[in-house]
Write a protein that binds this ligand. Structure first.
Ligand SMILES: *[C@@H]1O[C@H](CO)[C@@H](O)[C@H](O)[C@H]1NC(C)=O
Ligand SMILES: *[C@@H]1O[C@H](CO)[C@@H](O)[C@H](O)[C@H]1NC(C)=O
Length: 444
């Protein structure tokens, strides 16, 4: 669309002038066209993920469906962006798929509401508690290493457009996080801006860690290697097997929608209502999205119930334990066997476009919650409230929100130009994990 094109040009112009202000680490022409690599961490207290891409190694919440970059407590003074520019329009081109959004605030004021002095205002959003606020659009200095897909190569620092935010917008985020990094398909998300600033492909590889040690994200394409015996390059193979991303026709929220056509447990189709997974073109409800701010996959009740019952039946021989919130089906840890792919239980298979199957073995379907207890790692979405004819479900209520736990230790590649994604399956199957990127500096 034309906003994307004119915005890319405006952004390039705006950020070109800022290169002069950069530290000695500044990206130079020779670093252009190289992908960059960043560490991804899991916060044990919140089960949310952060990405380390800010100068000084300060983590930012990683929000796959987030529209933009924001940083709490901007310095005073900070750089501002004039009203009425394409960049200003871009920072306000946002919405959020799953947990409320800034839509109402924005619609009750002019589109790019400008405050005194013609300074561009944005609406940073906290995707965990759903709060919105208003602050200045600004430029934020980021730092990362270039990569050949095997090692970090050399440090680069550059500016990206984002938003300031008051310190209290950090509530509910992992301790130590300084803001939010939005990785959506919208014009001012990080992968889109990196494409323009670093002149790399608008695509990224995301490998969420299971906790403990760091996972990894690579922006800009190229190979992706994990240590194993021997090391494995995964990106090439995945790119041969891409599936379409869908867009919500009613609401341009930048979320990564994909098509699920059915779910099976132990190869048996789960009896979900016809069309249960469809993204409804008329209302914009339904469909499946990826979310890194949803710790465990959330399913609409008409899908959760039959899946729960099928898994219950398939695991009927395994001793149960009292449920531990937010889960409602738990097992005694001592009653489960452990395989290379996690707990030895029936597989859950998601049937995707073209009949491809995403298999969730025990390592992705069950989570250990304490020494004695392991739980079915899915949750039921709150029924859309109130189910009256005059208040239909919001256009941004998906049927399936594929959450962080189910993405962990999978390599996922999102291509914003081709509008496709690809997934590796649980990496334990090839004897590696997302914590096996070699972060030792290599030689460029
Ligand atoms: C680049 O990689 C090295 C080696 O892992 C690391 O020490 C350094 O902090 C990284 N730099 C940035 C900006 O991430
Ligand atoms: C990690 O990369 C460094 C630099 O290329 C290399 O020397 C080292 O052997 C690698 N580590 C492993 C375990 O392969």
């Amino acid at each position: 669309m034309s906003l994307h094109r004119s915005l890319a040009a405006a952004l390039a112009a705006l950020l070109a002038t800022s290169v002069l202000l950069c530290s000695p680490l500044c990206a130079t022409a020779t670093d252009d066209h190289k992908p960059i690599v960043a560490r991804v961490r899991k916060d044990a207290a919140t089960s949310l993920y952060t990405i380390v891409i800010k100068v000084g190694g300060v983590p930012l919440l990683l929000d796959l469906a987030g529209p933009l970059l924001w940083l709490a407590n901007c310095p005073t003074p900070h750089r501002t962006i004039p009203c009425g520019t394409d960049v200003c329009e871009g920072v306000n081109y946002m919405n959020h798929p799953t947990k409320g959004n800034c839509w109402n605030e924005r619609m009750s004021s002019p589109f790019d509401a400008c405050r005194d002095g013609g300074v561009c205002t944005t609406y940073p959003y906290n995707p965990v508690n759903g709060r919105c606020t208003q602050d200045d659009a600004t430029t934020i200095t980021l730092a990362a290493n270039t990569t050949d897909g095997e090692n970090p190569l050399s440090e680069v620092s550059f500016r990206a457009v984002g938003s300031c935010a008051p310190g209290d917008l950090l509530a509910s985020l992992p301790a130590g996080a300084a803001g939010v990094a939005g990785l959506s398909r919208l014009p001012l998300s990080l992968p889109t801006q990196f494409g323009t600033i670093l002149k790399v492909a608008k695509q990224f590889a995301l490998c969420l860690p299971g906790g403990g040690s760091d996972g990894v994200a690579v922006f800009g394409g190229g190979p992706f290697q994990l240590l194993a015996a021997p090391p494995v390059e995964l990106a090439d193979g995945l790119r041969q097997n891409q599936l379409p991303l869908l867009k919500n026709p009613m609401i341009n929220n930048g979320a990564y929608y994909f098509r699920i056509t059915g779910i099976a447990v132990n190869q048996q189709q789960v009896p979900t209502p016809p069309g249960a997974f469809d993204l409804d073109g008329g209302s914009g409800t339904g469909g499946a999205i990826f979310s890194t701010v949803t710790p465990y996959t959330a399913l609409r009740p008409d899908i959760y119930r039959p899946l729960h019952d099928a898994f219950d039946a398939a695991t009927s021989g395994i001793a149960r334990a009292p449920p531990v919130a937010p889960f409602d089906m738990c097992y005694q840890a001592s009653a489960l066997t452990v395989t290379r792919l996690g707990y030895g239980v029936a597989n859950i298979d998601l049937t995707l476009d073209g009949g491809q199957t995403w298999t969730l073995p025990g390592g992705s379907s069950l989570v250990q919650v304490n020494d004695q207890t392991v739980c079915f790692a899915f949750v039921q979405m709150a029924p859309s409230m109130p189910a009256a004819a005059d208040s239909p479900a919001a256009a941004d209520s998906p049927a399936v929100i594929l959450g962080g736990f189910q993405m962990e230790n999978h390599l996922l590649i999102f291509d914003l130009e081709k509008e496709t994604f690809a997934f590796s399956g649980l990496l334990f199957g090839i004897r590696t994990t997302c914590s096996n990127f070699n972060f030792t500096m290599g030689s460029s």
